[in-house]
Ligand binder design. Structure first.
Ligand code: ADP
Ligand code: MG
Length: 282
């Protein structure tokens, strides 16, 4: 018998050995086990296995690996939605050549998520548009891929929510919400001034996560200016003391990516020609 005739015969045999009743029963069992992908693909996979005369183990592996892949991508999609990122941009979309002050190796090491296992913080400093939020989101996405729960918030939203909860006597509940995710990303510290109550509530959250819950934080202000950001040097020092105990700081010095095309066209001046840059040490 020729090869194609043999394959055709095997396919006929597969259909013959798998009766409609059997298919129905298998489908129901897969649904009960929530193996939905396998349910969808069962008939095609059986047919393929028969045509290719796959060994039993290989067939089983194919079914299970498709199911695992489907479940993993569904899970990642769900956790990505729960993380509330402002945009979804993976690390591959970050152009390191545009921002040479960023240590590419350091970012790649962070992308392996060991900092999360160790409970370390990552603090990204730099002027507007240099990719702080992009990097924070990309690291958050890596954390999700590694199986962690992630929550993204801006400092302004976080403080607004904590202040409201405090006023309504629900602070504990809200603090739990921000301590529960394995990785908390707090973006844009320093864009808006924080009042005394806000600074105090922020400190409470940082204390709760200290040495337990890793964070990625971004700021357009150098650590030295955090006293003004929090309206109180003492509380800013207490916050920084905890944040920096186990932390990696990345200082981005460069041009805004938003101005990339304008810079090229010579419509604006490059940061290299201008004086001040945030991101100094305390
Ligand atoms: P920042 O938070 O520092 O103000 P963003 O991360 O929001 O800056 O970056 C501004 C925009 O430019 C975003 O759309 C971001 O994806 C993009 N961007 C910034 N830096 C880069 C880069 N190096 N490569 C690719 N896109 C970048
Ligand atoms: Mg930003």
């Amino acid at each position: 018998m020729s090869r194609s005739a043999k394959e055709a015969a095997a396919a006929v045999a597969a259909v013959a050995v798998t009766t409609p009743v059997q298919l129905e029963r298998l489908g129901e069992q897969l649904r009960k086990l929530r193996l939905l992908k396998s349910g969808e693909r069962l008939e095609a996979l059986l047919q393929h296995a028969a045509e290719q005369e796959l060994p039993y183990a290989e067939f089983l592996e194919q079914v299970l690996s498709e199911e695992v892949a489907a479940k993993t991508s569904k899970n990642i999609a769900m956790r990505t939605a729960m993380a509330r990122f402002p945009f979804v941009k993976p690390l591959q979309t970050f152009d390191f050549d545009y921002q040479p002050s960023i240590d590419r190796k350091q970012v790649q090491t962070l992308a392996s998520c060991h900092f999360i296992e160790h409970g370390d913080n990552v603090i990204v400093l730099g002027p507007p548009g240099v990719g702080k939020t992009h990097l924070a989101v990309s690291l958050g996405m890596k954390a999700i891929e590694a199986g962690y729960r992630v929550l993204f918030t801006t400092a302004a939203t976080l403080i607004e929510k904590l202040t409201k909860a405090h006023a309504e006597g629900r602070l504990e509940e809200k603090l739990k919400l921000y301590t529960a995710p394995r990785l908390l990303i707090i973006d844009e510290i320093g864009y808006l001034p924080i009042d005394r109550i806000g600074a105090n509530l922020f400190f409470q959250l940082i204390s709760r996560r200290y040495e337990r819950g890793p964070m990625v934080l971004t700021s357009n202000q150098s650590f030295g200016a955090w006293g003004e950001v929090f309206g109180d040097r003492v509380i800013a020092t207490a916050i920084l003391d905890r944040l920096l105990h186990h932390a990696v700081t990345m200082n981005i010095r460069g041009n805004s990516y938003r101005l990339k095309d304008k810079l090229k066209a010579g419509l604006v001046r490059s940061q290299d020609d201008t004086a001040t840059q945030p991101g100094g040490e305390i």
